[in-house]
Ligand binder design. Sequence first.
Ligand code: ATR
Length: 305
Amino acid sequence: MKKLFGVFGYPVSHSLSPVMHSAAFFALGMNDCEYKAYAVEPSDLKEEILKAQAENFCGLNLTIPLKEKIFEPEFEGWIEADDFSKKAGAVNTLHFKGGKIYGYNTDAAGAHGALLEAGFSTDGKKIVIIGAGGASKSISLFFGERKNPIKIINRTPEKAKHLAREIIEKTGNEDVEGDGFEKGLAYLSDADIIIQTTELGMGKYEGVSFFDGLPGFDFEKEVKSSLFLENKVVFDIVYNPSVTKFLKQAKAAGAETLNGEMMLVLQGALAFEIWTGKKPDTAVMRNAIRAALLKEEQKKADMNE
Ligand code: ATR
């Protein structure tokens, strides 16, 4: 009998998880495992999870916009979310086991692992997080728990301030502040690691950088020539395009840069391990993603010819 896995999201057709997990199963000779993407509207989530359980699914990933829904009242009592995902208010991994459904969030550990794998230690480092949405919530909680000093900058200052208060309450780490983009430069100049968590630079915001949103800000004058980013680590969790405008600028200004590819791989690898108890080959997963993205780029280029 096939062992079933998948990702629920809406929309989900662009998800690279099927390609990545299928490659990992194949490499381990787990040919009875199948991973597919399923478009699930938020209003159908409960019904679809129950259907998956009835069909003997082993594991699911949840992606936008479903990660936070698990904590709505209709889900209470039938999904056992772990402590971290409860605090983060978001679940990206469901594990069906012994008639129960367990919830986890592997996003932030994936982000942390990606930094480590690139050779960037995070211990005691001052971290600036751009954005106060879903991805920012779990990443700021993760580093808040590790007692890193954290500054959150967001277009809507109130959301950053609110998130900072939440992180302080949940982690007891008092060294957390949030504010608007006008504090951007002051925050960035004092950081060791900068993590960009918004959708700036991708999709409809391709070619747009966080720096473009800073009021009256001149990148050439204030960042590039000021050595202001030199030796800082700039991590953009976007993986498509592989180099966002923000990362290009950061590199030009002397920063060490990292894109979201390895975070995507490692959050998937952690989910894979939860479901199967096996460590997948992350190089195989990364190569599968690269090949899929390349194919997509070629398709785009052919269409523009
Ligand atoms: P996600 O789950 O991907 O983090 P989200 O919860 O909708 O998505 O959060 C989106 C984040 O991107 C927010 O921090 C948002 O800023 P606001 O809180 O001010 O809305 C940020 N964001 C989205 N579009 C942006 C833009 N054009 N300029 C600046 N920030 C933007």
